[in-house]
Design a protein around this ligand. Structure first.
Ligand code: SF4
Ligand code: SF4
Length: 347
């Protein structure tokens, strides 16, 4: 199972669409690493641990203590600004390093803070140099994003992969549908064309995670939200509470247990939603459990995001045509597992 492990509840940045810090949680884990070790040993023979926060590198000691004590596959999601605080031998042990970055420097730094782009690229190069297999740009996308420009830019840097999430939760409603018609979907079409051409030229895939995820679902439809929240993926927040989703530390629906118990985390029910009868469920899986539950933009906003998701799926498969069957058989597609690298499969 995937465990998104909070090492700190605060962040040293305050990005425009996030806020970064959780106010009412202990700033650092209040439980000993030994308790975590015993819990994981009792419920999960093959844990994948991805350090999370806040900003996980605000607490490098906890990261080192965990990695020194627990046998697991490791990853981290970080803004990279404090990467110097973790020694190289720990970086080299990560299978996946996910770095927050939105695109070209000017766009990125206007939202994440001056200097954050430079740090993100610095860490990507360092992680690649240390042999990390998956160095993944983790984008937040909104009306100021140009998906074609931004993904192309990030793939020209030392990232192996790129994934993105539409900013449709903690921000006031914006015209996601109008933007998708004008900019996002035409950009997706161009990216899909390049993804296809690259495969035809090289037999390999560009590291565009949401496209790889669509190919995966083409062969093996999702039966749950792709991130696995509440079934195959959980978060452990700083007070030892287990929640289904890392951005739902307070929400009662997300509570799934405590590491002080020896009980496996609870399985959550799928929320009431139109997904059950939606023909796109196999490719979308409900997109995001948090978004399905919270619906910050109400029913109309929910419908707009579904519309964008459906057109995203259609656009991709219209470009790939019959080639999708062949590409879905590739090893990288078969091996892709969002509960191993903690990527967001559906934007
Ligand atoms: S497009 Fe909307 S309704 Fe359909 S599966 Fe995805 S979230 Fe559910
Ligand atoms: S996709 Fe949604 S439910 Fe899953 S981990 Fe991310 S925010 Fe949570």
């Amino acid at each position: 199972m995937l465990w998104l492990l909070y090492t700190a509840s605060k962040c040293n940045l305050a990005c425009s669409y996030c806020g970064g810090s959780w106010k009412d949680l202990p700033p650092k884990p209040v439980y000993p690493v030994e308790v975590l070790k015993e819990y994981l040993e009792s419920v999960d023979p093959e844990p994948v641990i991805v350090f999370y926060g806040g900003e996980p590198l605000l607490n490098p000691k906890f990261i080192m203590d965990v990695m020194d004590s627990i046998e697991a596959v490791y990853g981290i999601q970080t803004n990279a600004t404090l990467h110097h605080l973790l020694p190289p031998k720990y970086w080299a042990r990560f299978e996946s390093v996910l770095i927050s970055i939105d695109g070209p420097e000017e766009l990125n730094d206007s939202r994440r803070g001056r200097g954050s782009y430079r740090k993100a690229v610095e860490l990507a190069a360092k992680a690649r140099g240390l042999g990390v297999r998956r160095v993944i740009a983790r984008m937040a996308v909104d009306g100021r994003s140009d998906i074609y420009r931004d993904v192309k830019h990030l793939l020209s840097l030392p990232f192996t992969h790129v994934h993105w999430q539409l900013s449709v939760d903690w921000v006031p409603k914006w015209d996601v549908r109008g933007w998708a018609e004008r900019s996002y979907l035409p950009g997706i079409k161009k990216l899909a064309e390049e993804f296809k051409d690259y495969y035809l030229r090289t037999g390999e895939l560009l590291g565009i995670v949401p496209f790889i995820a669509l190919l995966k679902a083409h062969k093996e439809p999702w039966d749950w939200v792709p991130c696995g929240a509440g079934r195959r993926a959980y978060s452990i927040i700083t007070d030892g509470t287990i929640t289904a989703c890392p951005i739902a530390p307070y929400e009662p629906w997300a509570k799934a247990g405590k590491i002080y118990s020896k009980e496996p985390p609870q399985h959550l029910p799928f929320p009431e939603a139109p997904c059950g009868s939606c023909p796109y469920f196999r490719y979308c899986g409900g997109r995001c459990l948090y978004w399905l539950r919270e619906r910050f933009w109400g029913e109309r906003g929910f419908g707009e995001v579904c519309w964008v998701t459906k057109r995203f799926v259609d656009t991709f498969f219209e470009v790939l045509g019959g080639l999708a069957d062949e590409m879905a058989e590739l090893e990288e597609v078969r091996e892709y597992d969002p509960t191993r690298d903690s990527t967001e499969a559906v934007p």
